[in-house]
Design a protein around this ligand. Structure first.
Ligand code: GDP
Length: 305
């Protein structure tokens, strides 16, 4: 789509341009070509193993089909990326889940400060509001200065109410109020912001568990999603954050933000290969429309286009 096209421009420049440069340098697909290809893939954050897998698969293909032309090689690379992505996550489900009964759906957002939680919640609120859903936001990040106001601003911008308390108050109590409010108003969906203090894992775990408990007191099947928001521009660091968050609470999906600002779109593959948590959405900008459901094929083709 148009959004993927624009949003992935930076990643594409690196992938695309570098591939072109590789082809310009190498008339034949020889060992030096494979070395350079591996290096390029690793630098775009697909992960070491994936880079080797792609290069191996390409070698095979080149042998079997006697591929020589560079544009054919490029097609094989893209196809291999798509295949490898598919294989790594065959059993994975990248759809968002909603409440089955006639009760509010709850999505809990976790992630370190600055990853893009508040922004993602604003964008998603806009999406559901536009779809005619009754949306409510909970300002559960009572810790970061300005987080509550920022969520309230988003609420105003997209015309969705926000349940909030004052800074420093107990997040679980804010969330509890929000859940009760969602039920009373017969809201379709409640999006919950949380604080992301990964430096204190035990406290974070306790806080997230407590939040889940208060949600489940009123809605036993919620939260339907625990979405970990990761900043793609932090590359391999995003990967280690994901591992740590997954140890503190069960994450059901990843939102990868700021893909418009990075040349490292390959991180999507590394997440798939190393974590086996589905990427469910991607952020491609700061505006309310800049959120897309993740489609692997489209994404990978977008990287190389
Ligand atoms: P939080 O601390 O996790 O709630 O992070 P914020 O939602 O406050 O986001 C931090 C910064 O990243 C803000 O300046 C956002 O505008 C920006 N941001 C969030 N998502 C994206 C995105 O997909 N693309 C770009 N370019 N910026 C983003």
């Amino acid at each position: 789509t148009q959004k993927y096209d624009e949003g992935l421009k930076k990643s594409r420049q690196t992938f695309g341009e570098r591939i072109n440069a590789l082809f310009a340098n190498f008339r034949t697909v020889d060992e030096a070509f494979f070395d350079d290809l591996e290096e390029m893939l690793i630098e775009s954050d697909v992960g070491y193993e994936t880079a080797l897998k792609i290069s191996e698969a390409l070698r095979e293909e080149v042998k079997l089909k006697n591929v020589k032309k560079t544009n054919e090689v490029s097609q094989v690379i893209v196809q291999k990326l798509v295949d490898i992505y598919g294989e790594a996550g065959e059993s994975e489900d990248n759809t968002l889940h909603f409440a089955e009964a006639d009760e509010p759906t709850v999505f809990l957002f976790v992630g370190v400060n600055g990853a893009g939680k508040t922004t993602t919640i604003g964008k998603l609120a806009h999406r559901y509001q536009q779809a005619g859903k009754k949306v409510l936001l909970a300002a559960g990040d009572t810790f970061r200065a300005g987080a509550i106001e920022q969520l309230q601003e988003w609420g105003q911008r997209v015309n969705v109410p926000v349940v909030a308390s004052k800074a420093g108050s107990d997040p679980a109590s804010v969330v509890f109020d929000a859940v009760k409010e969602a039920k009373a108003q017969q809201a379709d969906i409640l999006l919950v912001d949380t604080a992301g203090r990964l430096q204190n894992k035990v406290n974070l775990m306790k806080e997230l568990e407590k939040i889940k408990r208060v949600i489940q007191k009123e809605l036993p099947n919620a939260p339907q999603e625990v979405l970990l928001v990761l900043d793609a521009t932090t590359g391999q660091n995003a990967l280690s954050q994901a591992k740590q968050f997954n140890e503190t609470t069960k994450v059901t999906g990843i939102v990868l933000t700021k893909l418009d600002g990075t040349a490292k779109g390959g991180i999507v593959l590394a997440i798939r290969n190393e974590l086996h948590i589905p990427v469910k959405m991607v952020g491609l900008g700061e505006q309310m429309d800049d959120l897309q459901n993740f489609e692997a094929d489209e994404f990978i083709y977008g990287l190389f286009k």
